[in-house]
Design a protein around this ligand. Structure first.
Ligand code: ATP
Length: 237
């Protein structure tokens, strides 16, 4: 039997008085394009951080491709690529070198790391900026770069935390096209967004989160058909 790409069960995380994840249950199948929708503070980023080992859960289980994200983190880390909402990138090196380093962390040989870095920059459309430092890129190019960084290890699961928040329409469409191509090639995608239109365009299924819990799972068409749904209206603002 094929393991799901992501399986979370009874997941708990508390920060002081805030219950950021409250008994979260969620399964994402391999190859799916899965959206995570929810208002600010719903727990989307906390969930992602739990999957990638940045947050230590208080309870429950979280597995990626059947491996526990904490006990088997070595199995998990090379299979996930993450484009986080907030990124901290080495500012002193040309971006192609930053990507080569990143590939090196995943145990990729030097020669192959160069090739992967080149491919990733070409995929996201900033090959001509390869010798530029991160700080010197425009805001839109930074977004593209963060996606390239997530791709450089050829992940089986690509996690994108609000990849198009605040970007212009052209870049949004470019990013959609790139991400869609990754999914068509077999990469499982988990994407968080506030835009119902984005979910509708891209996702096979979406989960609505609120207060650290999953409220429901539906197809984007179902959500759009229920255009008066309060949650959707809030998200569309
Ligand atoms: P957004 O859409 O605004 O990014 P989100 O759905 O990603 O929101 P989280 O960032 O996961 O939500 O936050 C969930 C809750 O946990 C919020 O109440 C937030 O304030 C709280 N929280 C998140 N990280 C921390 C932290 N490091 N310390 C304390 N509280 C935190």
């Amino acid at each position: 039997m094929t393991e799901p790409a992501i399986r979370a069960s009874g997941l708990q995380k508390r920060y002081g008085d805030v219950q950021a994840l409250d008994d979260l249950e969620l399964t994402v199948e391999q190859g799916e394009f899965f959206g995570l929708l929810g208002p600010n503070g719903a727990g989307k980023t906390t969930f992602i951080n739990t999957l990638v080992g940045l947050v230590h859960k208080d309870g429950g289980t979280a597995e990626v491709f059947g491996f526990d994200v904490e006990d088997d983190y070595r199995e998990v880390r090379d299979r996930i690529g993450v484009a986080p909402q907030e990124f901290n990138v080495d500012r002193f090196f040309p971006i192609i070198e930053v990507l080569e380093h990143k590939a090196g962390y995943h145990g990729i040989s030097r020669a192959e790391a160069r090739e992967r870095a080149e491919d990733a920059l070409k995929t996201v459309g900033i090959w001509d900026k390869r010798d530029t430092r991160f700080d010197w890129l425009s805001g839109g190019m930074k977004r593209r770069f963060v996606l390239a960084r997530a791709l450089v290890s050829n992940p089986d699961l690509l996690i994108l935390d609000e990849p198009t928040a605040g970007v212009d329409v052209q870049l949004r469409h470019d990013l959609w096209e790139i991400i869609n191509r990754m999914n068509d090639a077999g990469t499982t995608i988990l994407l968080t967004t506030h835009y119902i239109e984005e979910a509708e365009r891209l996702c096979d299924r979406v989960a609505i989160m609120d207060d650290g819990r999953k409220v429901e799972v539906a197809t984007p068409d179902d959500l759009m058909a229920r255009g008066t749904d309060t949650i959707v209206l809030e998200l569309a603002e």
